[in-house]
Design a protein around this ligand. Structure first.
Ligand SMILES: NC(=O)c1ccc[n+]([C@@H]2O[C@H](COP(=O)([O-])OP(=O)(O)OC[C@H]3O[C@@H](n4cnc5c(N)ncnc54)[C@H](O)[C@@H]3O)[C@@H](O)[C@H]2O)c1
Length: 319
């Protein structure tokens, strides 16, 4: 791969992917496309490639690149704030961004891996398997279903074109702090705990999520490109873990002993269990998650990004 483009490379997962690509393909030309609506330039400290600051749902691709196309395309740009309720904006920016990108790449059939989401499955508790009916519960999830529909349509029209989608589950890890509210629970709970406060979670912390470490997500994304196949696969840990276990793991890495403060969930409905069935991913992409929650939190803490820029008050008692 001599030329690789990454949309959303200024964001959380995108920037982690950019650095993995920079390491694995040191002589490749990397180009990040991002309009920084939720990304952040410090995520790209040390990036040696090119950066195009543009909204990809409005970009004149031909005018910008004059017919040049990359050898591989990773598409992660998306509105990621699921609480943004404007259905038109969510759907326009996410879907038209992908449509324009596909239209531009079509003449060269540039292989593409794009980010879908576990949100496409909806709010039903239990194991999420590829082939399950999709039931988007918000405009963000709806836009991701549309990405998958568009990919399937294009793929049917151009059967030799590799278009691979990954349904990312609950991702946590370095370079997510810029996201604010949509950042992971690991990030938010650690922030409370570093201030010596008890981590606040909904009663009674036993709801489970498929928390997946960003390094595994990057590995799945690269594996999807290398596999040369089209389709959609789950990208999770395959191990649902509770919020209580998340707090235990954070107490361990931060050296704190803070018990959760439970409070009533204000929502009429709250998902009790998410879990990626990883069998198709294992079989087709030949890849396994490597990080348990404990290993992921260790790595996150050691990276320095879990505590970066955050005030820590001592939790030791004064004599
Ligand atoms: N983080 C998760 O847990 C998770 C879970 C499921 C799916 N995903 C998907 O993974 C991808 C990356 O998410 P993330 O967590 O890194 O979020 P993020 O918000 O940090 O990254 C998204 C990036 O895309 C950019 N962007 C958005 N719309 C754009 C547009 N129209 N033109 C140009 N740039 C645009 C943003 O500025 C940002 O840098 C997204 O597609 C997201 O939907 C993430």
């Amino acid at each position: 791969m001599k030329s690789i483009w990454i949309t959303g490379g200024g964001g959380f997962i995108g920037s982690n992917l950019v650095f993995a690509l920079q390491e694995e393909y040191p002589s490749a030309c990397l180009t990040v496309l991002d309009d920084f609506r939720s990304g952040s330039f410090p995520n790209l400290e040390g990036f040696k490639g090119d950066f195009v600051a543009a909204d990809i749902s409005r970009l004149d691709w031909e005018g910008q690149f004059g017919g040049k196309r990359p050898d591989a395309m990773f598409h992660l740009a998306s509105i990621t704030d699921t609480t943004l309720l404007d259905q038109k904006v969510q759907t326009h920016d996410n879907v038209e961004g992908f449509r324009r990108l596909l239209d531009y790449l079509r003449p060269a059939k540039t292989p593409i891996v794009y980010a879908s989401s576990a949100a496409t499955y909806g709010i039903r508790a239990g194991v999420n398997r590829i082939g399950d009916p999709l039931a988007p519960a918000n405009a963000y999830a709806f836009s991701k279903v549309q990405l998958e529909n568009l990919a399937r349509k294009m793929q049917a029209e151009e059967p030799s074109w590799q278009i691979a989608g990954l349904r990312y589950f609950n991702v946590y890890g370095p370079r997510e702090g810029h996201k604010g509210v949509p950042a992971s629970m690991a990030w938010h709970l650690a922030g409370q705990m570093l201030l010596g406060k008890r981590p606040r979670i909904f009663k009674h912390g036993e709801q489970r999520r498929d928390f997946v470490y960003v390094k595994d997500i990057v590995s799945f994304t690269l594996a999807a490109m290398k596999a040369g196949k089209s389709g959609v696969w789950n990208a999770g840990s395959g191990q649902p873990r509770s919020f209580n276990e998340m707090v235990d793991g954070l107490n361990r890495v931060l050296g704190t002993k803070l018990r959760p403060e439970y409070f009533d969930c204000p929502y009429p409905f709250y998902q009790t269990h998410t879990e990626a069935d990883m069998s198709a991913t294992r079989r087709d992409l030949n890849i396994e998650p490597k990080f348990t929650l404990e290993k992921g939190l260790d790595d996150y803490f050691q990276s320095g990004w879990l505590t970066r820029g955050r005030a820590k008050i001592s939790t030791k008692k004064k004599k």
